[in-house]
Design a protein around this ligand. Structure first.
Ligand code: BTN
Length: 268
């Protein structure tokens, strides 16, 4: 698997039996390499079957039982085919793009899932996967992104009825197969993004169509819990803006743009 993945990615692959957080580990390794005058490689992968201190959005913990999940992270240094690093303003889309690749890979293995804005993959209303991206900055290099996914693979007794696993939904429990599928599905999407990130902001863009096609949130009635004592926002999710913010039309017809960082929970 290790060799296979290195060949698919054309980048180093680190498989660990246990690690605190694959996102953190990868960011640390990249910063360390940069400090020693090396250039961290685009598409470097860190994966583990047991992540003991996973992190979610808004610094929440992301906990799974040992041996039940697959967690992996990719270091991305998005650049145009000319080698010119991409400006950071489109990096926010990378969470969505990895989520789309995960949905495609699950479909390849018999599980029909959808993306839930901003960073989950659900089957029906149950969460199977969480995705998280963070920016990694360096002193002498353009910023990179670490994007990671945690997949409930083989849990059969989940503590909450809002969660599910690949096996519970009739899919494969073979982590190696799933990891290879997810990485293989992500690569063409990532290459397409690097070649032309404006595809995400043009209504006729191929990536835009991919995201809108897999985003189950669109068209649904949702309730967004907001920070502090702000009143929750209810309405219909009608689209994404150019930055990937969710556009909600409330019952008076007013449109609100919600940034991922401003939403505590988005509920159906
Ligand atoms: C969420 O549900 O808020 C996102 C969870 C993201 C978890 C993944 S698992 C791999 C990577 N490493 C982490 O510490 N978190 C992400």
């Amino acid at each position: 698997l290790h060799r296979d993945l290195e060949q698919i990615l054309g980048a180093p692959v680190v498989m660990l039996s246990e690690v605190g957080s694959t996102n953190q580990e990868l960011a640390d390794r990249a910063r360390d390499a940069a400090l020693h005058g090396q250039t961290p490689e685009d598409l470097t992968l860190v994966a583990t079957d047991f992540q003991s201190q996973g992190r979610g959005r808004l610094d929440r913990t992301w906990v799974v039982e040992p041996g039940e999940a697959l967690t992996f992270s990719l270091l991305l240094r998005p650049a145009a085919p000319s080698g010119q690093p991409l400006p950071t303003q489109s990096f926010g889309w990378l969470t969505m793009l990895l989520s789309c690749a995960v949905v495609q890979a699950l479909a390849d293995h018999g599980v029909q899932a959808q993306v839930k804005w901003p960073n989950d993959v659900l089957v029906g209303d149950r969460k199977m996967v969480g995705v998280l991206a963070s920016l990694v900055t360096f002193d002498h290099l353009p910023p990179a992104v670490v994007v990671g996914a945690g997949i409930n693979v083989s849990s059969t007794h989940l503590p909450v009825d809002t969660a599910t696993s690949v096996v519970l939904e009739g899919g494969t429990g073979d982590r190696a197969l799933l990891l290879r599928a997810m990485v293989s599905r992500f690569l063409p999407i990532y290459r397409s993004y690097c070649a032309d990130p404006t595809q995400l902001t043009r209504p006729d863009g191929t990536l835009r169509a991919l995201v809108e096609g897999l985003l189950g949130t669109l068209g649904r009635r949702v309730r967004a819990e907001l920070p502090g004592d702000q009143t929750p926002l209810e309405g219909q999710a009608v689209g994404l803006d150019d930055h990937g913010a969710l556009i909600i039309r409330d019952d008076d017809g007013a449109h609100h743009h919600l940034n991922a960082g401003d939403v505590i929970h988005l509920r159906p």
